[in-house]
Design a binder for this molecule. Sequence first.
Ligand SMILES: O=c1ccn([C@@H]2O[C@H](COP(=O)(O)O)[C@@H](O)[C@H]2O)c(=O)[nH]1
Length: 266
Amino acid sequence: MNFFDRLHDRIRTVDSVVSVGLDPDQSRLPDHLAEHDLPRWAFNRRIIDATHEHAAVYKPNAAFYEDSDGWRALEETIAYAHGKDVPVLLDAKRADIGNTTRQYAQLLEKADAITVNPYMGRDSLQPFLSNEEAGVFVLCRTSNPGGSDIQDLELETGEPVYERVAALADLWNENDNVGLVVGATKPEELEDLREQVPNLPFLVPGVGAQGGDAEAAVEYGLADGVGLVNSSRGIIFAGEDDGEEFAKASGQAAKRLKKRLNQYRD
Ligand SMILES: O=c1ccn([C@@H]2O[C@H](COP(=O)(O)O)[C@@H](O)[C@H]2O)c(=O)[nH]1
């Protein structure tokens, strides 16, 4: 089954478009988890237990797992999320020349969807795009302040680079498996892009810790009700508590965000 069909079903089941970002910054984990073999996995397991009823997907960012223990923690996390019927979108922002990108595409043997970087062009994304089961979210207009350095540059046609990326992603969507990453900190761009590519679901990061616009994220992020609004630190580090209560706070934060976003859904 195609990723976006599965996501559609998941959104209906939990009545939520919340993507829970699993970015277990080791400097912020509760002290008592240090006694575990894999503290990041111990942390994520508790977060998943507390949030899965509100999670349309989990979005681990690969940056928080790129060491030997980290990959083990990530594998455990993905398997556990799947055990709770929650799809996993790996925020890896990959792409490279052909033989290298074929290696990267093996990440989709574990995760259900991935973020990719369009800078190297179609051939660098082909192994992801041709995986019909997987979701492929193309970075388009990112949430960070420096996103404008390149993405806002005007081409000779007058269109900004991010609009050209959206047009290309639409062309690359031969298997109905492509979405865009568009930051909630860019509500005007969200609106323009929704008009430009009405059928592509968006992954919208930047609500919560980055202060993005939750209403615009929902209004423009969803295509036929399918899309994702991500919060990572705002959910997983919602608790002040350094003991076992941290997970409860994350469950409450995920539920609050779900309710807030649902106000704006049709
Ligand atoms: O444009 C982008 C693309 C990706 N991200 C990632 O999303 C989360 C956001 O975390 P918060 O703690 O909710 O700010 C993180 O993994 C980023 O690397 C993004 O923020 N913006």
